[in-house]
Design a binder for this molecule. Structure first.
Ligand code: NAP
Length: 238
């Protein structure tokens, strides 16, 4: 059985391709979002219980290979997958969408190493557009009095300051819509993680068109020596 650690569009595309060719596939989701898009094939939901839990899971379910197709910022599950597969000797492939760092325009963006560091580099933003996800919103509470516009998939768990606007939607997004949104809300800063890939890239071009500065949170480092592929086809024929 092949275990896909999922929660991304790449993981769903991979599951579909593997199921299509007749492989025995199990996709694993963390269970964070209320109404997840479900991959083809078998699915399990919820944490494994750290490295020890994942190691036992691999042994008990005779997992032949693990494909870590989680989001580039899901650092804990990726580290656990690296440790658990090292313990069991199972092959591990990392499927991760290409970073935005290689793009020519990325030199014009302000790069920071953590979501918290965004507060230090944008002291004057009055209407920052936050696209770093629901779980990062608490970090921005020092900006409670600013006209924050935050886009999230599920409702925030914290009490949102009255000055903030919460927009709920799920990508992909198109350029015209992103430009309209930023104009409508008079956004003066775009804050994003280096999620990479194409699904949510339109906001970068929209902000550039409107002259809005961009702050990008860099990816956490991945396990050294890991076989990494950038697309589903490469994951099928590593
Ligand atoms: P994380 O911090 O790396 O993981 C925290 C814990 O959640 C893990 O230790 C594990 O619990 C459990 N977990 C995470 N992914 C799992 C999976 N695919 N299957 C089973 N358990 C999983 O993860 P996160 O950043 O909260 O992300 C959670 C999920 O959302 C991931 O699957 C990721 O692909 C997806 N996602 C994340 C982001 C993001 O920006 N972080 C964006 C889009 C989608 P145990 O230790 O108990 O095994």
């Amino acid at each position: 059985m092949i275990l896909i650690l999922g929660g991304t569009s790449e993981a769903r595309a991979l599951a579909a391709a593997l199921v299509d060719r007749g492989d025995d596939v199990l996709s694993s989701l963390a269970g964070r979002v209320g109404d997840p898009a479900l991959p083809a094939g078998r699915v399990r939901v919820g944490g494994f219980g750290g490295i020890a839990g994942l190691t036992s899971f691999l042994i008990e379910n005779r997992v032949e290979a693990v494909i870590d197709a989680t989001h580039p910022f899901a650092a804990e599950i990726s580290a656990n997958a690296a440790a658990a597969t090292a313990a069991t000797g199972s092959p591990l492939i990392r499927l991760v969408r290409p970073s935005w760092r290689g793009r020519p325009e990325s030199g014009a963006w302000t790069w920071v190493d953590s979501v918290g560091a965004v507060l230090d580099v944008a002291p004057d933003a009055a209407r920052p557009f936050l696209t770093t996800g629901r779980q990062s919103l608490a970090v921005f509470l020092p900006w409670a009095d600013r006209g924050v516009v935050a886009r999230v998939v599920d409702p925030p768990e914290l009490d949102v300051p009255p000055a903030w606007t919460i927009l709920r939607s799920r990508g992909p997004y198109a350029l015209a819509g992103e430009r309209d949104l930023m104009r409508r809300h008079a956004v003066d800063l775009l804050v994003t993680k280096d999620s990479g890939g194409t699904l949510t890239e339109a906001k970068l071009a929209a902000a550039a068109d409107l002259g809005i500065p961009i702050v990008v949170v860099a990816r956490p480092p991945s396990a050294a020596g890991l076989a990494t592929v950038a697309d589903v086809l490469a994951a099928l024929h590593p």
